[in-house]
Design a protein around this ligand. Sequence first.
Ligand code: 26Q
Length: 812
Amino acid sequence: MLKVDKETFKKDYEEKFIEIHGKDLSDGTDYNKYEALASLTRDYVVKMWISTNKNYNFTGEKQVYYFSMEFLLGRLLGNALLNLGIRDVCKEALSDFNIDLNKLEALEQDQGLGNGGLGRLAACFLDSMASLNIPGHGCGIRYKYGFFEQKIINGMQIETQDDWLKNNNVWEIKKPDKAQIVKFGGQVNTISENGNLKFVHTGYEAVLAVPYDVPIIGYENNIVNNLRLWSAEPLYDEFDFSSFSRGEYLKALEYKNSVEAISQVLYPDDSVYEGKRLRLKQQYFFVSAGIQSIIRHFKVYGKAPLNDLDEKIAIHINDTHPTLAIPELMRILMDEEGYGWDEAWRITTNTMSYTNHTILSEALEKWPIDMFKKLLPRIYMIIEEINRRFCEELWNKYIGQWDKISKMAIIADGYVKMAHLAIVGSHSVNGVAKLHTEILKKQEMKDFYYFYPNKFNNKTNGITHRRWLIKANPQLTTLIKDTIGDSFIKHPTDMEAFERYASDKEVQQRLHEIKISNKKRFAEYLKEKQDISINPDSLFDVQVKRIHAYKRQILNCLRIMELYRKLIENPNLDIVPKTFIFAGKAAPGYHLAKKTIELINAVANKINNDPRVNEKIKVVFVENYKVSVAELIVPAADLSEQISTTTKEASGTSNMKFMMNGAVTIATLDGANIEIRDEVGDDNIIIFGLTEREVLDYYHKGGYSAWDMVNRDYRIKQVTEDTINGFYCSDKERFRAIYENLVTYNDEFFVLKDFDSYLKAQERADNLYKNFPKWQSMCAVNIAHSGIFSSDRTIQEYATGIWGSGYLYKNL
Ligand code: 26Q
């Protein structure tokens, strides 16, 4: 742990300030002060970073590399101070200068290099690996523009670019000497040399991959791991300079632009796959650079021959996006290191493991063969050979069953299927919650499960309690410490002891006060950002996540519309005053999701301007949802909406964040909601909706009619018609797409089917909330049982069950 006392810190800080700004602290702007603090913090970190690295090189212990297209880190300063163990000292030191630490922290740009759950999970995992002394590093892309910024104008989402690098980023260090060359296009010729086949790649376009390293700090353990993000730069060595002299200035510019495009922008889709060539280029770009740099480092420092690579290195691929790591490692081992196929394949499959994050079939990546072959000719040849050998194995087992074989093939129907490649080329395939893994095994990947039963396993997701509890909710952290001590910080499942206080009057009162104070903090944010006032004494009913049909923001919205109708009819209705809070981004090309945002805003506009109901309900859509906004909303929530169509949400992770902060969950039995229910018990969660069986039966056997729902239930008729009868918007056509989706196209996600059950569940929530001791005790039980959803538990399971790394593994 870093040892710095207050006086030393003050001295260091003032010196740092003068050094980087060339003026006195008293003349600095708040942003100047933030920069000095971040920069000083980085100085503290750098020494540990170097020593951690030296230590890894010295001991030669197994290194884990987590490959991901996305790392949604959010802000780094606050967590850096927390993990270094100097946040309190820093806070006091700064307050001697009359500086408010929280205010400086809020000036940091979010590092938003991810879409949502998958990217944030990668960030939580890095935090946990470092905190558990696991040598685990991230590998990804340094997008110039992160996930777009969302503005709401006239109720509609407008996207603008996230220029997060416009002010210099203190958290990264560029390492030009560690750059790698990545090759695209060209031809591969096969020649025979001393009886061996050699593959000669010519006519390719070379791109320079330049790494930027970001420190990942462990919690009070002197460990700093590495997140390596690759940026694409033109490689002028390879470029035909004579073209400049010939005046082919445009050609040079074209090359430069096409190279820079590779790491320009994060694709803002989180579930609908599009076969974009640039996306494939991005994938190969970072994967090739990452694997090359791992091998290069291993050859210098690895204390083993390359054929022991799989004992010294584990590479994890986060969904199929980095699957090309498999053929790329094969390529390097064979073409550059001279291994034969069998040995290269043994090393590769033992090194690689893969996580699936989605069962939506439209999200499964596949690439048109022609495009693939042209862009990555040598990699394509290797995949062809992997496929040929795999099909041969299938053939031996399933003689004559051509249907099955072509269904399972890696290359088929004109496409390269990335999930198939990932399964065949890894030794482990995991889902992210129990139900999700079961569905993979029994449905989506059934054939592969029968072929490779031992590869499949579950690793239920988790979240880092350091960011999502200790950092985001300091008052709740203090309460837990006051009651059960602080062992939960290192051992989050120790929070179970908090259950003993669930019915303690004083603790209940404090829980309530803490919630109110977090609600006020969020209300202030909302007032400042969007000039909206909300009442902290109302129940905060929250649904924040990507906007998607399967997540059913529409269901939530329809029941608000129903409640509004009821309130107009009967203004004296006895309900708990509520603030309905929504936030989330829609993929720019996802029409229905964008319409959903518009509908929520139209409903908000009508309700919030109706004096008849203003004392009772209010609807807000929080603009530009991101990690730092989540850190304000999550601790302020009373009710957590986790209402996806059962079987569709692989896990969910905001559900875990909310429970850890003492919100009660209203949920379908989907994803990790099931495990949350198992932990807290039926009395401490509000469950509704179709079961897995019912949903699957409808999908397989049919028999669902949305139209029947409309005709049978006048409330459903009313609220669906309210989307197109001018009640919320004079343009009756504005929400027609939503209406049609529900009624005409038979409601793919069973919104109307679950409507009644959802309304009843909301009524139960209301009654529970009115019972103060009961509600507070539910909150306490949720907090007490949230420890198992710390990503420390998840990472421990990955380390022992998949990677064979880390302290516990070594002591097994
Ligand atoms: C693929 C191809 C082209 C463009 C974009 C994409 C793409 C990008 C991101 C596809 C999927 C994603 C992200 C998926 C995701 O976030 N899934 C979520 O993962 C969480 C962590 O495991 C789960 O908790 C959520 O249930 C799951 O939806």
